[in-house]
Write a protein that binds this ligand. Structure first.
Ligand code: ZN
Length: 407
Protein backbone atom coordinates (compact mmCIF):
# COMPACT_ATOMS: atom_id res chain seq x y z
CA UNK A 1 0.00 0.00 0.00
CA UNK A 2 1.39 3.43 -0.87
CA UNK A 3 1.02 6.37 1.50
CA UNK A 4 -1.41 9.06 0.41
CA UNK A 5 -0.86 12.71 1.23
CA UNK A 6 -3.80 14.09 3.20
CA UNK A 7 -5.14 16.81 0.91
CA UNK A 8 -8.72 17.93 0.52
CA UNK A 9 -10.33 15.96 -2.30
CA UNK A 10 -13.49 16.96 -4.12
CA UNK A 11 -14.82 13.51 -4.99
CA UNK A 12 -17.47 14.83 -7.36
CA UNK A 13 -14.81 16.48 -9.53
CA UNK A 14 -12.90 13.20 -10.03
CA UNK A 15 -13.27 10.70 -12.85
CA UNK A 16 -14.21 7.12 -12.05
CA UNK A 17 -10.62 6.00 -12.69
CA UNK A 18 -9.29 8.67 -10.34
CA UNK A 19 -11.77 7.70 -7.63
CA UNK A 20 -10.60 4.08 -7.89
CA UNK A 21 -7.12 5.11 -6.75
CA UNK A 22 -8.38 6.55 -3.43
CA UNK A 23 -7.90 4.30 -0.39
CA UNK A 24 -10.92 2.35 0.80
CA UNK A 25 -11.98 2.93 4.39
CA UNK A 26 -11.43 -0.78 5.11
CA UNK A 27 -7.84 -0.53 3.82
CA UNK A 28 -7.24 2.49 6.05
CA UNK A 29 -8.55 0.60 9.09
CA UNK A 30 -6.36 -2.39 8.20
CA UNK A 31 -3.24 -0.26 7.82
CA UNK A 32 -3.95 1.34 11.20
CA UNK A 33 -4.44 -2.06 12.84
CA UNK A 34 -1.17 -3.36 11.38
CA UNK A 35 0.66 -0.24 12.49
CA UNK A 36 -0.53 -0.77 16.06
CA UNK A 37 0.17 -4.51 15.95
CA UNK A 38 -3.42 -5.55 16.56
CA UNK A 39 -5.51 -8.09 14.68
CA UNK A 40 -6.71 -6.85 11.28
CA UNK A 41 -9.73 -9.14 11.09
CA UNK A 42 -11.01 -9.69 14.63
CA UNK A 43 -14.08 -11.82 15.25
CA UNK A 44 -16.97 -9.97 16.85
CA UNK A 45 -18.29 -12.01 19.77
CA UNK A 46 -21.49 -11.14 21.61
CA UNK A 47 -21.04 -11.30 25.38
CA UNK A 48 -24.12 -11.51 27.59
CA UNK A 49 -23.88 -10.71 31.29
CA UNK A 50 -26.10 -13.41 32.83
CA UNK A 51 -27.02 -11.33 35.91
CA UNK A 52 -27.77 -7.95 34.34
CA UNK A 53 -28.69 -9.22 30.88
CA UNK A 54 -26.46 -6.57 29.35
CA UNK A 55 -25.10 -7.43 25.93
CA UNK A 56 -21.94 -6.08 24.39
CA UNK A 57 -19.75 -6.93 21.43
CA UNK A 58 -16.11 -7.81 22.15
CA UNK A 59 -13.51 -8.16 19.40
CA UNK A 60 -11.48 -11.39 19.62
CA UNK A 61 -8.19 -11.63 17.66
CA UNK A 62 -8.42 -14.06 14.71
CA UNK A 63 -5.32 -15.95 15.92
CA UNK A 64 -4.12 -16.80 12.41
CA UNK A 65 -0.54 -18.07 12.10
CA UNK A 66 -0.26 -17.00 8.45
CA UNK A 67 1.14 -13.58 7.59
CA UNK A 68 -0.91 -13.40 4.38
CA UNK A 69 -4.07 -13.64 6.50
CA UNK A 70 -3.24 -11.43 9.48
CA UNK A 71 0.33 -10.10 9.89
CA UNK A 72 -0.02 -8.96 13.54
CA UNK A 73 -1.57 -12.24 14.78
CA UNK A 74 0.94 -14.34 12.80
CA UNK A 75 3.85 -12.31 14.13
CA UNK A 76 2.58 -12.69 17.68
CA UNK A 77 2.31 -16.48 17.25
CA UNK A 78 5.82 -16.64 15.78
CA UNK A 79 7.29 -14.64 18.67
CA UNK A 80 5.66 -17.00 21.14
CA UNK A 81 7.23 -19.98 19.36
CA UNK A 82 10.62 -18.24 19.35
CA UNK A 83 10.39 -17.65 23.10
CA UNK A 84 9.36 -21.27 23.72
CA UNK A 85 12.25 -22.55 21.61
CA UNK A 86 14.80 -20.25 23.26
CA UNK A 87 13.64 -21.14 26.78
CA UNK A 88 13.29 -24.87 26.26
CA UNK A 89 16.31 -25.69 24.13
CA UNK A 90 19.14 -25.20 26.64
CA UNK A 91 17.39 -25.92 29.94
CA UNK A 92 19.71 -27.05 32.73
CA UNK A 93 16.95 -28.29 35.08
CA UNK A 94 14.36 -30.96 34.34
CA UNK A 95 11.09 -29.36 33.17
CA UNK A 96 9.05 -32.47 34.00
CA UNK A 97 7.06 -32.26 37.20
CA UNK A 98 6.22 -35.45 39.07
CA UNK A 99 2.67 -36.66 38.68
CA UNK A 100 0.35 -36.40 41.66
CA UNK A 101 -0.34 -39.61 43.60
CA UNK A 102 -3.78 -41.16 42.93
CA UNK A 103 -6.18 -40.16 45.71
CA UNK A 104 -8.63 -42.47 47.50
CA UNK A 105 -11.46 -41.02 45.41
CA UNK A 106 -9.55 -41.82 42.21
CA UNK A 107 -8.99 -45.39 43.33
CA UNK A 108 -12.64 -45.90 44.34
CA UNK A 109 -13.93 -44.64 41.00
CA UNK A 110 -11.46 -46.83 39.14
CA UNK A 111 -12.41 -49.94 41.17
CA UNK A 112 -16.14 -49.37 40.51
CA UNK A 113 -15.37 -48.99 36.83
CA UNK A 114 -13.46 -52.29 36.77
CA UNK A 115 -16.37 -54.11 38.51
CA UNK A 116 -18.86 -52.70 36.02
CA UNK A 117 -16.64 -53.69 33.10
CA UNK A 118 -16.52 -57.28 34.39
CA UNK A 119 -20.33 -57.47 34.65
CA UNK A 120 -20.58 -55.92 31.17
CA UNK A 121 -18.45 -58.69 29.68
CA UNK A 122 -20.60 -61.35 31.40
CA UNK A 123 -23.87 -59.80 30.17
CA UNK A 124 -22.43 -59.45 26.69
CA UNK A 125 -21.56 -63.15 26.67
CA UNK A 126 -25.14 -64.20 27.51
CA UNK A 127 -26.60 -61.62 25.12
CA UNK A 128 -28.25 -59.35 27.74
CA UNK A 129 -28.29 -56.21 25.59
CA UNK A 130 -30.48 -54.17 27.96
CA UNK A 131 -28.18 -54.53 30.97
CA UNK A 132 -25.17 -53.91 28.74
CA UNK A 133 -26.66 -50.60 27.63
CA UNK A 134 -27.36 -49.55 31.24
CA UNK A 135 -23.83 -50.42 32.30
CA UNK A 136 -22.37 -48.54 29.35
CA UNK A 137 -24.28 -45.44 30.48
CA UNK A 138 -23.01 -45.75 34.06
CA UNK A 139 -19.44 -46.22 32.84
CA UNK A 140 -19.73 -43.14 30.65
CA UNK A 141 -20.82 -41.16 33.74
CA UNK A 142 -17.93 -42.59 35.76
CA UNK A 143 -15.49 -41.63 33.02
CA UNK A 144 -16.75 -38.06 33.11
CA UNK A 145 -16.25 -38.07 36.89
CA UNK A 146 -12.75 -39.51 36.57
CA UNK A 147 -11.78 -36.85 34.04
CA UNK A 148 -13.26 -34.14 36.26
CA UNK A 149 -11.19 -35.54 39.16
CA UNK A 150 -8.09 -34.93 37.05
CA UNK A 151 -7.30 -38.44 35.79
CA UNK A 152 -5.40 -38.45 32.51
CA UNK A 153 -4.54 -41.28 30.15
CA UNK A 154 -6.50 -43.94 28.30
CA UNK A 155 -9.49 -45.63 29.93
CA UNK A 156 -10.03 -49.17 28.66
CA UNK A 157 -13.09 -49.26 26.37
CA UNK A 158 -15.85 -51.74 27.30
CA UNK A 159 -15.75 -53.32 23.86
CA UNK A 160 -12.12 -53.95 22.94
CA UNK A 161 -11.52 -53.04 19.29
CA UNK A 162 -10.85 -55.86 16.84
CA UNK A 163 -7.20 -56.86 16.94
CA UNK A 164 -5.28 -55.35 14.02
CA UNK A 165 -3.42 -57.69 11.71
CA UNK A 166 -0.11 -58.62 13.33
CA UNK A 167 2.91 -57.97 11.20
CA UNK A 168 6.51 -58.80 11.61
CA UNK A 169 8.38 -55.79 12.99
CA UNK A 170 11.66 -57.53 12.32
CA UNK A 171 14.13 -55.15 10.81
CA UNK A 172 14.72 -55.49 7.12
CA UNK A 173 18.02 -56.98 6.08
CA UNK A 174 19.36 -53.72 4.67
CA UNK A 175 18.83 -51.69 7.87
CA UNK A 176 21.87 -51.62 10.16
CA UNK A 177 21.22 -52.66 13.74
CA UNK A 178 21.23 -49.94 16.35
CA UNK A 179 22.58 -50.31 19.85
CA UNK A 180 19.77 -50.26 22.39
CA UNK A 181 20.08 -48.79 25.86
CA UNK A 182 17.48 -48.73 28.63
CA UNK A 183 15.77 -45.31 28.56
CA UNK A 184 16.53 -43.20 31.66
CA UNK A 185 13.89 -40.82 32.97
CA UNK A 186 15.73 -37.59 32.10
CA UNK A 187 15.64 -35.04 29.29
CA UNK A 188 18.85 -33.12 29.97
CA UNK A 189 22.11 -33.67 28.13
CA UNK A 190 25.54 -34.21 29.64
CA UNK A 191 27.75 -31.47 31.06
CA UNK A 192 31.25 -31.27 29.58
CA UNK A 193 34.35 -29.93 31.39
CA UNK A 194 32.20 -29.23 34.42
CA UNK A 195 30.31 -26.29 32.90
CA UNK A 196 29.43 -26.70 29.22
CA UNK A 197 26.08 -28.22 28.41
CA UNK A 198 25.89 -28.08 24.61
CA UNK A 199 22.70 -28.73 22.68
CA UNK A 200 22.21 -29.98 19.15
CA UNK A 201 20.84 -28.51 15.93
CA UNK A 202 19.80 -31.23 13.50
CA UNK A 203 18.60 -31.11 9.89
CA UNK A 204 17.12 -34.18 8.19
CA UNK A 205 16.37 -34.31 4.48
CA UNK A 206 14.68 -36.75 2.13
CA UNK A 207 16.50 -38.58 -0.65
CA UNK A 208 17.13 -37.23 -4.15
CA UNK A 209 14.43 -37.94 -6.77
CA UNK A 210 16.44 -36.59 -9.69
CA UNK A 211 18.63 -33.58 -10.43
CA UNK A 212 17.14 -30.12 -9.78
CA UNK A 213 18.24 -26.64 -10.84
CA UNK A 214 18.93 -23.73 -8.48
CA UNK A 215 15.19 -22.93 -8.28
CA UNK A 216 14.36 -26.48 -7.25
CA UNK A 217 12.81 -27.49 -10.59
CA UNK A 218 13.66 -30.89 -12.07
CA UNK A 219 16.37 -30.66 -14.74
CA UNK A 220 14.69 -33.53 -16.60
CA UNK A 221 11.06 -33.84 -15.42
CA UNK A 222 10.66 -37.20 -17.18
CA UNK A 223 13.45 -38.71 -15.10
CA UNK A 224 12.40 -37.13 -11.80
CA UNK A 225 10.64 -39.66 -9.55
CA UNK A 226 7.52 -37.66 -8.68
CA UNK A 227 5.67 -40.68 -7.35
CA UNK A 228 8.31 -41.49 -4.76
CA UNK A 229 8.61 -37.78 -3.91
CA UNK A 230 4.85 -37.59 -3.28
CA UNK A 231 4.72 -40.76 -1.19
CA UNK A 232 7.76 -39.80 0.86
CA UNK A 233 6.23 -36.38 1.55
CA UNK A 234 2.90 -37.89 2.67
CA UNK A 235 4.55 -40.37 5.05
CA UNK A 236 7.28 -38.02 6.29
CA UNK A 237 5.54 -37.38 9.67
CA UNK A 238 5.41 -41.13 10.40
CA UNK A 239 9.09 -41.39 9.50
CA UNK A 240 9.89 -38.60 11.97
CA UNK A 241 7.94 -40.36 14.74
CA UNK A 242 9.97 -43.48 14.07
CA UNK A 243 13.17 -41.43 14.14
CA UNK A 244 12.48 -40.06 17.64
CA UNK A 245 11.48 -43.48 18.90
CA UNK A 246 14.74 -44.94 17.61
CA UNK A 247 16.73 -42.00 18.97
CA UNK A 248 15.36 -42.35 22.51
CA UNK A 249 16.00 -46.09 22.54
CA UNK A 250 19.46 -45.71 21.13
CA UNK A 251 20.81 -42.85 23.27
CA UNK A 252 19.03 -44.02 26.43
CA UNK A 253 17.27 -40.87 27.66
CA UNK A 254 14.01 -39.08 26.92
CA UNK A 255 15.32 -36.76 24.22
CA UNK A 256 13.22 -33.59 23.77
CA UNK A 257 13.26 -31.21 20.84
CA UNK A 258 11.67 -28.20 19.17
CA UNK A 259 11.19 -28.97 15.51
CA UNK A 260 9.82 -27.53 12.29
CA UNK A 261 9.04 -29.17 8.96
CA UNK A 262 9.65 -26.93 5.95
CA UNK A 263 9.29 -27.47 2.23
CA UNK A 264 12.48 -27.28 0.21
CA UNK A 265 12.29 -25.55 -3.16
CA UNK A 266 11.98 -28.95 -4.88
CA UNK A 267 8.81 -29.54 -2.83
CA UNK A 268 10.24 -32.18 -0.48
CA UNK A 269 9.75 -31.65 3.26
CA UNK A 270 12.82 -31.37 5.43
CA UNK A 271 13.13 -31.14 9.15
CA UNK A 272 15.03 -28.90 11.56
CA UNK A 273 15.21 -29.76 15.22
CA UNK A 274 16.70 -28.02 18.24
CA UNK A 275 17.49 -31.00 20.47
CA UNK A 276 18.12 -30.42 24.17
CA UNK A 277 21.47 -31.96 25.07
CA UNK A 278 24.35 -33.27 22.98
CA UNK A 279 24.12 -36.45 20.92
CA UNK A 280 27.27 -37.58 19.10
CA UNK A 281 27.18 -36.89 15.37
CA UNK A 282 28.06 -40.49 14.47
CA UNK A 283 25.16 -41.74 16.57
CA UNK A 284 22.63 -39.40 14.94
CA UNK A 285 23.91 -40.43 11.51
CA UNK A 286 23.59 -44.11 12.38
CA UNK A 287 20.05 -43.62 13.71
CA UNK A 288 19.05 -41.68 10.60
CA UNK A 289 20.44 -44.37 8.31
CA UNK A 290 18.68 -47.13 10.27
CA UNK A 291 15.29 -45.41 10.42
CA UNK A 292 12.57 -46.33 7.95
CA UNK A 293 8.80 -46.49 7.87
CA UNK A 294 6.85 -49.19 6.08
CA UNK A 295 3.48 -48.26 4.60
CA UNK A 296 1.25 -51.33 4.82
CA UNK A 297 -1.34 -50.13 2.38
CA UNK A 298 -2.79 -52.14 -0.48
CA UNK A 299 -1.00 -51.46 -3.76
CA UNK A 300 -2.05 -48.06 -5.08
CA UNK A 301 0.04 -47.72 -8.22
CA UNK A 302 -2.83 -47.79 -10.69
CA UNK A 303 -6.04 -45.73 -10.81
CA UNK A 304 -8.87 -48.24 -11.31
CA UNK A 305 -11.77 -45.81 -11.22
CA UNK A 306 -11.68 -42.31 -12.65
CA UNK A 307 -14.19 -39.46 -12.84
CA UNK A 308 -16.01 -41.04 -15.82
CA UNK A 309 -16.33 -44.47 -14.22
CA UNK A 310 -16.83 -44.41 -10.46
CA UNK A 311 -17.84 -47.14 -8.00
CA UNK A 312 -21.55 -47.21 -7.13
CA UNK A 313 -22.90 -47.34 -3.58
CA UNK A 314 -25.14 -50.37 -3.04
CA UNK A 315 -27.53 -49.77 -0.14
CA UNK A 316 -28.38 -53.45 0.31
CA UNK A 317 -24.79 -54.70 0.24
CA UNK A 318 -23.73 -51.61 2.29
CA UNK A 319 -20.67 -51.34 0.08
CA UNK A 320 -19.29 -49.63 -2.99
CA UNK A 321 -19.58 -51.87 -6.02
CA UNK A 322 -17.94 -52.07 -9.41
CA UNK A 323 -20.11 -50.08 -11.88
CA UNK A 324 -19.89 -52.85 -14.53
CA UNK A 325 -20.01 -56.13 -12.60
CA UNK A 326 -21.84 -54.96 -9.47
CA UNK A 327 -19.44 -56.93 -7.23
CA UNK A 328 -18.71 -55.28 -3.87
CA UNK A 329 -15.24 -53.75 -3.64
CA UNK A 330 -12.99 -54.97 -0.81
CA UNK A 331 -12.72 -52.71 2.23
CA UNK A 332 -9.34 -51.25 3.17
CA UNK A 333 -8.90 -53.90 5.88
CA UNK A 334 -9.83 -56.75 3.54
CA UNK A 335 -7.43 -55.49 0.91
CA UNK A 336 -4.66 -55.15 3.53
CA UNK A 337 -5.02 -58.67 4.94
CA UNK A 338 -2.93 -60.66 2.54
CA UNK A 339 -0.14 -58.19 1.88
CA UNK A 340 3.26 -59.79 1.39
CA UNK A 341 5.18 -56.54 1.37
CA UNK A 342 4.58 -52.87 2.17
CA UNK A 343 3.32 -50.63 -0.64
CA UNK A 344 6.03 -48.12 0.17
CA UNK A 345 9.06 -47.69 2.42
CA UNK A 346 10.20 -44.19 3.43
CA UNK A 347 13.74 -43.37 4.50
CA UNK A 348 15.77 -40.24 5.00
CA UNK A 349 18.34 -39.10 2.46
CA UNK A 350 22.05 -39.31 3.18
CA UNK A 351 22.33 -35.60 4.02
CA UNK A 352 22.31 -35.27 7.80
CA UNK A 353 23.44 -32.00 9.28
CA UNK A 354 24.40 -31.98 12.95
CA UNK A 355 25.77 -29.03 14.89
CA UNK A 356 26.59 -28.60 18.58
CA UNK A 357 25.41 -25.26 19.98
CA UNK A 358 25.88 -23.59 23.37
CA UNK A 359 22.94 -21.83 25.00
CA UNK A 360 22.93 -18.03 25.27
CA UNK A 361 25.35 -17.56 22.36
CA UNK A 362 24.75 -15.45 19.27
CA UNK A 363 24.79 -18.71 17.30
CA UNK A 364 21.93 -20.13 19.40
CA UNK A 365 19.82 -17.04 18.68
CA UNK A 366 20.56 -17.30 14.96
CA UNK A 367 19.40 -20.91 14.89
CA UNK A 368 16.17 -20.07 16.74
CA UNK A 369 15.67 -17.62 13.86
CA UNK A 370 16.19 -20.38 11.25
CA UNK A 371 13.73 -22.64 13.04
CA UNK A 372 10.96 -20.06 13.07
CA UNK A 373 11.71 -18.30 9.78
CA UNK A 374 8.92 -19.87 7.73
CA UNK A 375 6.33 -20.31 10.46
CA UNK A 376 4.09 -17.54 9.13
CA UNK A 377 4.40 -18.59 5.47
CA UNK A 378 2.13 -20.88 3.49
CA UNK A 379 3.68 -24.03 2.01
CA UNK A 380 3.87 -22.59 -1.51
CA UNK A 381 5.43 -19.33 -0.27
CA UNK A 382 8.00 -21.24 1.76
CA UNK A 383 8.81 -23.37 -1.30
CA UNK A 384 9.51 -20.19 -3.29
CA UNK A 385 6.41 -20.43 -5.49
CA UNK A 386 5.64 -16.72 -5.29
CA UNK A 387 5.03 -14.38 -8.21
CA UNK A 388 8.68 -14.61 -9.29
CA UNK A 389 8.69 -18.40 -9.71
CA UNK A 390 10.04 -19.64 -13.05
CA UNK A 391 7.86 -21.61 -15.49
CA UNK A 392 10.00 -24.70 -14.92
CA UNK A 393 9.49 -24.39 -11.17
CA UNK A 394 5.70 -24.05 -11.58
CA UNK A 395 5.60 -27.03 -13.93
CA UNK A 396 7.62 -29.01 -11.38
CA UNK A 397 5.12 -28.13 -8.64
CA UNK A 398 2.19 -29.13 -10.87
CA UNK A 399 3.71 -32.53 -11.61
CA UNK A 400 4.32 -33.16 -7.93
CA UNK A 401 0.79 -32.03 -7.13
CA UNK A 402 -0.63 -34.40 -9.75
CA UNK A 403 1.11 -37.31 -7.99
CA UNK A 404 0.02 -36.10 -4.55
CA UNK A 405 -3.61 -36.21 -5.73
CA UNK A 406 -3.38 -39.97 -6.28
CA UNK A 407 -1.10 -40.81 -3.34
ZN1 ZN B 1 -5.66 -11.56 13.46
Amino acid sequence: MTATQPTAVDITALTRAQRATLPLSADVAQALAEQHGVCIRPLAMRRIDTTTGRTDIVPVPCGSTRADQCPPCADKARRLRMAQCRQGWHLDAEPVTDRAKPSEQHQELMATRADLAAVYTECKAIGDEVTCEQIAESVAELDTELRAAGVRGRLTPLDPPAKPVKRSTRRRQDAPDLPRRPVEHRTLGRVFAGRYRPSTFLTLTLDSYGRVDSDGAAVDPDLYDYRRAARDAIHFPALLDRFWQNTRRCVGWEVQYFGTVEPQKRGAPHFHAAIRGAIPRTELRAITAATYHQVWWPAHDRLLYTDQRLPVWDTRAKAFTDPDTGTPLPTFDQASEELAEPAHVVRFGTQVHVKGILGGTEEAGRHVGYLTKYLTKSVSQAAGLGEHATDAHRDHAHRLHAQLRVT
